[in-house]
Design a protein around this ligand. Structure first.
Ligand code: FAD
Ligand code: SAM
Length: 633
């Protein structure tokens, strides 16, 4: 459970031609009235020696900065600007993690950042991806800049404890209003988690030299110095976590140093990655790794999109949770991530989805009051050419994806290669060997990601049960009475315009069936679904015998969560599958989670959610060989 997010309540002070935001909640300024940008550089960038450290990053090295209190984003933009100035010309990557309890509204953010004309090109990119005020982690990616940001909306007390330590935070900006205005942020529990996410070599900087902070850091064995503060301020805090000193270097220490160097060389390099299966899971993973500069080979036994992912159009249609559950709710988080992710592709169409309340209408419609403005609209009657007796919740920020266009753009990436091959075996060795069904060695890779839908289970000894669910979409000519092109409808089934002349209807749902011929009875099923909610409109549609369709099979886990990650430790074999009925919605976020696990990067979901996605969550049950339900094929 988390609290619904409240945006920052601000006053503005006009100082030397700029608007300085002041928090009414805390009674403190967001940045110094005496040139906040220079102070940020002095305290946070120089305080962590970032010019030198960033300039010296190795090829493929990942550097992570953590911040308490995102505020106006000034620190992060100044960091990004420094990164532009000093970053080496290689594949190193800068990632920032920031936590914010009271995010500025977008309007206030724009006004606050107007103060810094030299940061405008970066501020504009930040503003374009600035998330909705909903609790949880929001990943903003700027791949051309080799820069990314995880903005965790929520209280530092709730957020830090659930951050998974998939990476070490190398440098910290301890910002968060003066301890006298906001003692909460400087409590031991927050600092303990900051230290948990750090390691020897991590550094810390703050404008505050409050006793509570100094004592807290010292208690963890972190060395503190107090150089001059910005302009008239006497001092600031600079700290480094040094490994405990040894009396003399023994041969063991030298071995350890050598091992560390070897380990770094193994980590900071271009990885060769094989992906098995070119559906939305495989394509999304391929994109995630290629965007980071790694070399990807995708194999598919038939052709890309030959499985469940090959429908002419896919709808992003989340069932949103009560707002206080948003921080850990996969569907709600994946929806926000997917909208931001697909918007970068030509294949994306922004569209609204009117979700009809077939039952529990009050429960569904009250979500409109809980979510921030301009996301949900509760409507009692349908405001369109369709008439229905059902109330509905209109999700204003949704979308649809043209899978074939998406596939083309992903496969055009210079680091992604595709080969048609049925993979039959994966053998872990120094590198992982991938074999075809004719026992031919297809290649050797650093990592293999199995995205083969239900066939994924063939590659592992113990695998979560994946139930087959047959489904068929139908499309038909409705040029006489097309629907609003910007509106989809969801009612157990779904409908929207496929193009100017055709309506697409989804989808039949037959558990425990794995057949995939197009059947008239499934067209009838889709007709009955639309007829049950829009009877008048359904009567205007041409006869089902004239409809076209595509049938395929979903792979569904028993708990409706995807299967993400490793099944066996120390084997470089991972999986992303079990996407059920929501593959297009889940795949982009799950691919980021997977990339974090494979590459040792920051993870964009909480440890609570990560456990729910884990490929090993059924381990006990699987080993006991008592599956919840058995697929009947
Ligand atoms: C009718 C229908 C409508 C749907 N509508 C939507 C929607 O609107 N929105 C949405 O989000 N989701 C929708 N879904 C769900 C979504 O399509 C699935 O969740 C998604 O396709 C799963 O993707 P995948 O990549 O895991 O599997 P698939 O797309 O099935 O891809 C698996 C790939 O692995 C390949 N493969 C298998 N074995 C091997 C092997 N041994 N070697 C090499 N390759 C192999 C297959 O050929 C296949 O291409 C719908 C599903 C159906 C059936
Ligand atoms: C001084 S401002 C940060 C300025 C910011 N770093 C910048 O560059 O603009 C402090 C921020 O900490 C946030 N904050 C205060 N208490 C918090 C808490 N308990 N958890 C998370 N954020 C908190 C405030 O809302 C505010 O945005």
């Amino acid at each position: 459970m988390s609290h619904p997010i409240q945006t920052a309540d601000l006053d503005w002070q006009h100082v030397d031609g700029i608007d300085v935001p002041v928090s009414k909640q805390f009674g403190d300024v967001y940045f110094s009235k005496d040139n906040g940008l220079l102070e940020t550089r002095h305290v946070f960038l120089n305080g962590n020696d970032l010019s030198t450290r960033l300039a010296n990053l190795n090829d493929f090295e990942y550097f992570c900065v953590g911040e308490t209190g995102f505020g106006t984003g000034l620190n992060i933009l100044a960091l990004w600007q420094l990164w532009q100035q000093v970053r080496p010309d290689n594949h190193s990557h800068l990632h920032a993690i920031s936590v914010e309890k009271f995010p500025l509204s977008k309007t206030d953010l724009i006004r606050a950042l107007n103060a810094w004309p030299e940061l405008k090109p970066l501020a504009d990119q930040l503003i374009a991806q600035y998330p909705m005020p909903i609790a949880g982690c929001h990943r903003l990616s700027f791949p051309d800049e080799r820069f990314s940001l995880d903005l965790w909306l929520g209280d530092a007390h709730d957020v830090f404890p659930v951050m998974e330590k998939t990476v070490t935070v190398n440098a910290w900006f301890l910002d968060g209003f003066a301890p006298s205005c906001n003692p909460d942020m400087w409590e031991e529990n927050v600092l303990n988690n900051i230290v948990r996410l750090s390691d020897f070599g991590s550094t810390f900087a703050s404008f505050s030299v409050a006793g509570v902070l100094k004592r807290g850091l010292k208690n963890h064995g972190i060395s503190i110095s107090r150089p001059r503060g910005f302009r008239h301020k006497r001092e600031m805090l600079k700290a480094i976590w040094n490994a405990p000193e040894k009396q003399s270097e023994s041969s063991n220490d030298l071995d350890a140093t050598e091992k560390k160097t070897e380990l770094r060389a193994a980590i900071f390099k271009q990885r060769q990655i094989a992906i098995i299966g070119a559906g939305i899971a495989g394509l999304s993973c391929a994109w995630a790794f290629a965007q980071r500069g790694h070399q990807v080979m995708i194999y598919d036994q038939s052709a890309p999109l030959s499985g469940g992912s090959g429908n002419p159009l896919a709808l992003l249609n989340p069932k949103l949770c009560p707002i206080e559950q948003s921080a850990d709710h996969l569907m709600t988080l994946a929806w926000q991530h997917a909208i931001n992710h697909y918007a970068k592709f030509k294949a994306f169409r922004p569209i609204q989805v009117s979700q009809l309340a077939l039952k529990n209408a009050d429960e569904l419609l009250k979500l409109a009051e809980q979510y921030p403005e301009n996301i949900l609209q509760a409507e009692q009657a349908m405001d369109s050419s369709l008439t229905t007796s059902y109330p509905n919740l209109n999700l204003l920020q949704a979308g649809a994806v043209l899978p074939h266009q998406l596939r083309d753009q992903i496969l055009e990436h210079p680091l992604i290669q595709y080969k048609q091959a049925e993979v039959s075996e994966i053998k872990p060795a120094a590198l992982v060997n991938v074999f075809s069904s004719s026992q031919q060695l297809l290649g050797e890779f650093d990592h293999v990601i199995v995205c083969a839908a239900r066939n994924s289970q063939n590659f592992f000894e113990h695998f979560p049960v994946l139930k087959p669910i047959r489904g068929q979409v139908s499309w038909l000519n409705n040029s006489a009475l097309p629907l609003d092109a910007n509106q989809a409808y969801s009612y157990g089934g779904y409908c929207m315009q496929l193009d100017a002349d055709q309506l697409i209807l989804g989808a039949s749902f037959y558990p425990n069936r794995a057949d995939d011929e197009v059947l008239l009875e499934d067209h009838v099923h889709n007709y009955e679904l639309i007829h049950s909610v829009f009877p008048e409109y359904a009567k205007t549609l041409p006869p089902v015998e004239t409809w076209q369709g595509r049938a395929s099979v979903r792979a569904q886990t028993q708990d409706y969560f995807p299967v993400v990650g490793q099944l066996q430790e120390n084997q470089q074999i991972y999986t992303l599958t079990g996407l059920g009925s929501k593959g297009f919605l889940f795949a982009p976020l799950c691919s980021e989670v997977l990339a974090a696990q494979v590459l040792g990067e920051a993870c964009p979901v909480s440890s609570t959610l990560l456990k729910k996605l884990s490929a090993r969550r059924f381990e006990k049950k699987m080993k006991a060989k008592k599956p919840y339900f058995k697929p009947q094929i």
